[in-house]
Design a protein. Structure first.
Length: 348
């Protein structure tokens, strides 16, 4: 259902809705002077390329794109042929939230696997992929995971290594959807590269963490990058004024903004989870690893609460809601939300 809202002034709907960090705006302002050659032949893109290599390895190849769906579609398109398949969690963004773009544009099959916590394991993959491979079935070629998952859970470094070993043994390519990889890295106390684990390809995001727009597809295995420049244009992801995407990464990667912003949003989610539990006695439905809080509240409380606070119900019948924190979430917002929730629950 679609909830009616009384123009809610404060939101816990999505970190996509947050403002752009001032350091990013300043970087854009510096880039907005004079003319520059289009399509990436400019000093800001050269600087961004160098920062990506410093972050993900000097042999990596990175391609800046408009958005996360574009990065994911490009990743699948770089590897998969029409008779091949990618295994992913049932909750994966490529399966649920991309309007069929991977199937339509790439033409490959998605093998969606149920998972209680949003994570894939070698055991789940083995059970799902075992029947595939003969001439009548799509041929598994790739495994795609989200780090963190769509349920806000984070793969540990040992879990990533186990998945990498599974993929290597079966000659499967491992793709990581890292739209919120910065949050996962902070949660793990790891570098961005470590948080991606043994990925062959990485969709790397910053829009949810203080950037205005613009993500990247990073080929950690450079052998897979052949033709990627032409593919980017082919799937409508090459920006003519690429300097405005590139310039943001001077602050994001060059000045460590990714870590600062992710630490703030992760901490805000932990404070929100504590405040909701203390005020309303509601515990998180999943571990609060990053900047997402999932909780079950009385279903009849969802609509009244959503009129004052914009958020997305995850499962309306079960009363499962998702509350996202951002780099700019304020303490006062958390306290006011928890108090309103407590009033709604007591009156339910």
């Amino acid at each position: 259902m679609k909830f009616e809202r009384d123009n809610p002034p404060r939101w816990f709907a999505s970190d996509n809705n947050a403002s752009v960090h001032p350091a990013v705006m300043a970087a854009l302002e510096r880039a907005n002077r004079g003319h520059a050659v289009g399509y990436g032949d400019d000093p800001w893109t050269a600087r961004a390329d160098a920062l990506f290599k410093a972050t993900f390895g000097r042999d990596s190849e990175s391609f800046l794109v408009w958005n996360g769906t574009g990065a994911n579609v490009m990743a699948l398109g770089a590897v998969l042929r029409p008779w091949e398949a990618v295994a992913c969690a049932e909750t994966a963004h490529i399966n649920v939230d991309e309007t069929g773009a991977p199937e339509r544009i790439v033409g490959a099959k998605l093998l969606a696997i149920p998972s209680a916590d949003g994570k894939l394991t070698p055991e789940l993959l083995e059970d799902r992929l075992a029947p595939f491979g003969e001439i009548h079935h799509s041929l598994p070629r790739m495994v795609s995971i989200s780090q963190p998952t769509e349920l806000g859970t984070v793969y540990g470094l040992d879990e990533l290594e186990a998945l990498g070993a599974f993929c290597r043994a079966r000659r499967l390519v491992l793709h990581v959807d890292g739209a919120r990889l910065s949050n996962a890295a902070v949660a793990l106390g790891a570098s961005l590269l470590e948080a991606a684990g043994p990925a062959d390809l990485l969709s790397f995001g910053g829009t949810k963490n203080g950037l205005m727009y613009g993500e990247a597809l990073v080929f950690l295995d450079p052998a897979l990058a052949a033709g990627a420049g032409h593919l980017r244009k082919n799937v409508l992801q090459l920006a003519s004024k690429l300097r405005y995407i590139s310039a943001q990464y001077s602050a994001y990667l060059g000045e460590g903004l990714w870590k600062e912003n992710a630490a703030r949003s992760n901490a805000a989610a932990r404070r929100l989870a504590r405040a909701v539990e203390e005020a309303a006695g509601i515990e998180p439905a999943f571990p609060v690893d990053v900047n997402a809080v999932f909780a079950r509240i009385p279903p009849e409380s969802l609509a009244p609460l959503a009129r004052s606070w914009f958020f997305y119900p995850w499962d309306e019948k079960a009363g499962l809601a998702r509350w996202m924190c951002s780099w700019d979430t304020e303490e006062e917002e958390i306290a006011a939300f928890a108090a309103d929730l407590a009033r709604q629950v007591r009156g339910a």
